[in-house]
Design a protein. Structure first.
Length: 279
């Protein structure tokens, strides 16, 4: 029944757009993911700027940081994020559009089954993990780090919008291409692309948000990367484990906290950092 609902909704939308594939592509690949990104980050920004509601700020990972957030740094991050979206990500959709048209499936009137979408989602995730891990390690090379990746690491205690606060070259190579490649390989339907782009943007925002909130994926892994710089390069952590780039992380309390929080007690309270020697 739910499948019939989405199929009917898709056909109504398709007819409303009169089958204009470029407009449909822009709505699915640009507008919907942007609304997901800024809608989610808008909620987080309220907490970052005002410190309210206090029940959210209790879940801050790096206690005492961004409390409240530096307004000057925040506006710089927002302007850069918007610039990357409008002048980097969106122009990259043009060649992607023609690649997807070549597959002749992206704008089909028949939606993919939910089971097939789950298969695609798994493939997208693996492709992103591989491409992001190695491109991320690449921009940490001293020559590239100084001129490119250092910008992203200005935030040692990140917030959600910082997920796309990066040098334009890094945004192309390390942020956008790893997410776009999976759908281009699979010749995915625009609805699958829209869902995947939205999921990718929200999950990377969670990884950078600085809060370990109940029921959401743990951001401890990537937060630790911003804190220590040379650990935890990937998304899932599989390649970090294989390459040994998470050894330091595994010896910390942050690793013990790296799980989905299933209670209302912040993990910073139930699994606190050990007291410093001078204490």
């Amino acid at each position: 029944t739910l499948g019939n609902f989405w199929q009917t909704a898709w056909l109504e939308f398709y007819d409303h757009m009169e089958g204009d594939e470029w407009t449909i592509f822009l709505v699915g690949a640009a507008l919907v993911p942007a609304l997901a990104f800024w809608g989610f980050n808008g909620i987080l920004l309220v907490a970052d700027i005002t410190g309210k509601p206090t029940f959210i700020t209790r879940y801050r990972i790096q206690l005492g940081k961004n409390d409240p957030v530096d307004r000057k740094k925040l506006w710089k991050a927002i302007y850069t994020a918007l610039g990357n979206q409008f002048f980097v990500s969106y122009p990259m959709l043009v060649p992607m559009f023609y690649i997807m048209k070549w597959w002749e499936n992206t704008f089909s009137k028949e939606l993919p089954t939910f089971q097939w979408f789950l298969v695609e989602l798994s493939i997208f995730t693996v492709v992103e993990e591989i491409l992001f891990y190695y491109t991320h390690r690449l921009v940490h090379h001293p020559v590239l780090y100084k001129h490119i990746h250092k910008k992203h690491h200005e935030w040692t205690a990140p917030i959600g919008v910082v997920s796309i606060y990066a040098h334009p070259i890094e945004h192309i190579v390390s942020n956008t291409l790893p997410v776009m490649t999976g759908p281009m390989i699979m010749g995915s339907h625009i609805v699958s692309i829209s869902a995947w782009f939205s999921i990718a943007l929200v999950t990377t925002s969670i990884s950078h948000c600085g809060y370990h909130l109940p029921l959401l994926p743990s951001p401890e892994f990537h937060d630790f990367h911003h804190l220590k710089f040379n650990q935890c390069y990937g998304v899932l952590g599989v390649l970090d484990f294989l390459h040994g780039t998470d050894k330091m992380f595994r010896q910390t309390k942050a690793f013990e906290r790296h799980k989905v929080l299933l209670s209302l007690t912040p993990l910073s309270e139930s699994i606190p950092e050990p007291p410093k020697k001078d204490e």
